[in-house]
Design a protein around this ligand. Sequence first.
Ligand code: NAI
Length: 326
Amino acid sequence: MRCCVFSTKPYDERFLSEASANHALTFLEPRLTIETAALADGFDAACLFVNDEASADVIERLASMGVRFIVLRSAGFNNVDLDVCKQHGIRVARVPAYSPQGVAEHAVGLMLALNRRLPKAYNRVREGNFALDGLLGFQMHGKTAGVVGTGLIGAACCRILRGFGMTVLAHDPNPADGLDVEYVELDQLWAESDVITLHVPLFDATYHLVNDDTLGRMKDGVMLINTSRGGLVDTRAVIAALKSQKLGALGLDVYEEEDGLFFSDRSGDILGDDTFARLLTFPNVLITGHQAFFTREALTEIAQTTIDNLTRFEAGAEAPNEVRAD
Ligand code: NAI
């Protein structure tokens, strides 16, 4: 199978090359957009990551060039127009799970770092400043965490937080078995949680799940963590809530306008996104650039599953990881 790999980083090339037995992989640095779609000419498959744009016009372009398969190196597939794929007979597969515990661990890492002001403490100590004022945190044990979405990652997060001795309120239309948590309606979760962490996929129904209205229902000083997808949070609303101190801390691994921003070194560029720039001014905001998945274990699983998806597609076989339009 001839497959072009968009948005390639050195680590993608390394792990995919190691996993690939007999597929002809061509590694391309550009992100897939309508401007770069022509690079897929002559390939049977395109391998995409989270910020590649497989929108309707891009899919139509890929189909016209003979691309028949899309293999995603991600779990989320909100960036792919599945209806248009179906119209053009393009099969799509994803990597449904890769080290969900690693993503949950990163979400909890953001909580701990925000709570105990670790970035500030790190800088202070390096400068010989051992004062503690401004570093006051709270004990997680005995507090209430709200976990929205208890699929693979949310469930792993629930287990870690229960291990801390937190009460965990969870919300999910499909409750998981065997989790020592209380499933509640969202309103109760917003109202009673000291820390809220989002682990739902981005759908139309979950777009801007955190907005002016839902923020208003939360406890004063609540901590919000989003390692799922940027579009779950209305950034303008959280900035207002940070300014009014409704929101006590914000940890983000994803950002609604991260396409074209994350995954590259932009340290020499002028930041053109004023909203993102405003977020960076708050001392109680900690942002990482979509790195929650980034563990050796996850990259190995992503590469193996992606290659397996290609092999099954090439053989015309069922692909258990196929995603289809409803
Ligand atoms: P999953 O599919 O195992 O679980 C998602 C859960 O959300 C399901 O249990 C589903 O019933 C629930 N859900 C759906 N709609 C809901 C709603 N309106 N309210 C509450 N729950 C709802 O997915 P998984 O593996 O746990 O991943 C979750 C998300 O994490 C992915 O969709 C992806 O966007 C994100 N992710 C982020 C990564 C990162 O590096 N930052 C890495 C991997 C995934």
